[in-house]
Write a protein that binds this ligand. Structure first.
Ligand SMILES: *Cc1c(COP(=O)(O)O)cnc(C)c1O
Length: 354
């Protein structure tokens, strides 16, 4: 059998993805554990039936109505011209790298952070630099400035709240990156709706920062992961720039209609956020009570350790029908805050193990 002529840099790689195991308590991919409320299901059904007859036509290529709805959800005086949407924030970030990265350019992220960022860099032919964090995964202004001055990346990824550590970045760190980075600064705010009180969003920094891009998603707080809707907020120039690489009609009429119906029920959908935050805080407090080291979390998940062998703990939880995530950080595991019952099952299993 002859090998296919795959690009050299992709040879030997494995596709990204967490194990999709059939387990009673699934707390490994930071999804929202709550199914959509009936009233939202009805709203989405109506919206979908309204577009079915017109599926012979291509969708609105510019997704203008959806972008207007997203802008009004975000507030901060943002308009349609500031917002762009795609099939998940992963696609948004891929488009950003296609425009602002690519062969001969480099992107930098501060590891450990979202493992898709380096993979998207690789897939778009963008070089990747692993930036460093402190011993407690912290990022400080002097460290960010020194690393950006040393590497001068074309694209910087800041993940806030950070996945897998859970902690949001201080605003000064984002401002320092904006002041120092020669290129684009992408702040991935996938979990921002779960942040602790007093933690600002980077949206407030958009005025006067034309190279700042804030990416968001409906996959987590909105419980809409299956629909695949992500978006960005930025200067209108950034939105114009991604038009150069987006596929025509990339976002189906069904997706646009479903997302708009979900946004019309944002208050109902986001009602689960407070319940999830309460379970998140309960996980942090209980695991600390067990004597474990637990990172502060502004997200719907918690990073906990330190274990001599995190793989063994992962396996022992699986035997108890609880699936968490081994993010490849030696000594640490990540658990999603689920419903009260799921959280109880996880905490009970951890109690038995320790
Ligand atoms: C889950 C997650 C996303 C969401 O990706 P989608 O493609 O919008 O589902 C983005 N960034 C981070 C850091 C995440 O953990």
């Amino acid at each position: 059998m002859t090998a296919l002529p795959i690009r050299d840099e992709l040879r030997g790689m494995s596709p990204y993805g967490a194990p999709q195991l059939s387990v009673a308590v699934r707390l490994n991919t930071n999804e929202n554990s709550y199914p959509l409320p009936d009233e939202v299901v009805t709203g989405v059904e109506k919206a979908l039936s309204a577009v079915l007859r017109d599926l012979n036509r291509y969708p609105d290529r510019d997704a203008v109505a959806l972008r207007a709805d997203l802008a009004s959800y975000l507030g901060h005086e943002l308009t349609t011209a500031n917002v762009w949407a795609a099939n998940g924030s992963n696609e948004v970030q891929q488009q950003l790298l296609q425009v602002f990265g690519g062969p001969g350019r480099v992107a930098l992220g501060f590891t450990p952070a979202y493992s898709m960022h380096p993979l998207l860099a690789k897939a778009t032919g963008t070089g990747w630099i692993d930036g460093q964090r402190g011993d407690e995964f912290e990022l400080t202004v002097p460290s960010v400035v020194a690393q950006l001055e040393a590497h001068r990346p074309d694209v910087v990824f800041l993940c806030s709240p950070n996945n897998p550590t859970g902690t949001a970045l201080p605003t000064e760190v984002i401002e320092a990156a904006l002041d120092t980075a020669p290129g684009m600064v992408v702040v991935d705010e996938a979990y921002v709706e779960f942040r602790r009180p007093g933690t600002p969003s980077a949206l407030g920094l958009l005025p006067g920062h034309p190279r700042l891009v804030v990416t968001r998603t409906m996959s987590k707080a909105f419980a809409f992961a299956g629909a695949r809707v992500g978006y960005l907020a930025a200067d209108p120039g950034v939105v114009d720039a991604v038009q150069l690489v987006r596929l025509p009609y990339h976002l189906s009429a069904l997706t646009q209609a479903a997302a708009r119906a979900a946004l019309a029920h944002a208050d109902v959908l986001l009602a689960t956020v407070e319940a999830i935050k309460a379970q998140r805080d309960r996980i942090v407090a209980t695991l600390r009570g067990y004597g474990l080291t637990v990172a502060d979390s502004d997200a719907n998940f918690v990073l906990f350790g330190r274990f001599r062998d995190q793989k063994a703990v992962w396996q022992a939880l699986l035997v108890r029908d609880v699936l968490v995530r081994d993010v490849g950080l030696p000594g640490w595991l990540r658990v999603t805050a689920g419903t009260e019952a799921e959280t109880s099952a996880f905490l009970k299993a951890m109690g038995e193990l320790l």
